[in-house]
Design a protein around this ligand. Sequence first.
Ligand code: C2E
Ligand code: CA
Ligand code: CA
Ligand code: CA
Length: 275
Amino acid sequence: AKADGRGTYRFFETGMDARAQARRLLEMDLRAALQRNEFQPYYQPIREVASDRVVAFEALMRWNHPQRGLISPINFIPLSEETGLIIQLGELMLRGACADAATWPDNIGVAVNLSPVQFKNPNLIASVTEALEKSGLAARRLELEITESVLLQNSEATLTTLHELRAMGVRISLDDFGTGYSSLSYLRSFPFDKIKIDRSFVSELATRDDSVAIIRAVTGLGRSLGIVTTAEGVETDAQLELLRREGCTQAQGYLFSQPRPACDVAMMLDRPRLR
Ligand code: C2E
Ligand code: CA
Ligand code: CA
Ligand code: CA
């Protein structure tokens, strides 16, 4: 590979197909971006439906690329997971989010997404501990969001890790609930504090009666199990009203605010809606 002088790369290897080349390019770019510190957390408020108050922010990774601008994680997380770069990226997010949250009011939490690859890493507990100690953030203010795919892995080890995290005081959320191979038995076997109802169910609320039924079932389940329910992707007042009626605990979405950089957190706390 040769740099062409404008920060992009050209490949001259023969026999490498276009997709493989694109992946190698992206991987090189990701490594360079880590060196150059181009990743930063954006924050989206999570509101308590009953009180209409912000209770936490979810940290969402952004790549601030010098040429391509802001890049969404869906474009680089899969490759970061395959290459193992997600470990470094994930630690960066964890440290950054804890450091930011330590400057917020005491009652405001921060939610950080964990990749299944990070979850399998034996260093996870140590890096969470370090992020909390370095920032001085109380463990109860940190939520870790995991997806169902984590639960499909070695369940003994998973269970041990989840229990260790909870013993530290960290809270655990089950992200994208309803999209994977959700099994109700997960909710009994694993110690979750929160279920995040996937955006797809919320966005179809106006058009599909069965989405209402699903929201009703999940919020009911949460209530009976003592688990907080959060609806993601709330974009309209009608969706919010329905969630309120069904007793969903928390809501998050563009109706309130898009994810924004840390410098906008005070503004997001002040203003209920910001679009
Ligand atoms: P997610 O954890 O399910 O995050 C919610 C996604 O929905 C975010 O996309 C957010 O910007 C978007 N969103 C929020 N409200 C609305 C809404 O009202 N309407 C619509 N259409 N979208 C909304 P984003 O930031 O592009 O992140 C995509 C995914 O990338 C996340 O999905 C998560 O799985 C992953 N991700 C983001 N940050 C990290 C991270 O630090 N580590 C890991 N491992 N994964 C991350
Ligand atoms: Ca999430
Ligand atoms: Ca989600
Ligand atoms: Ca999602």
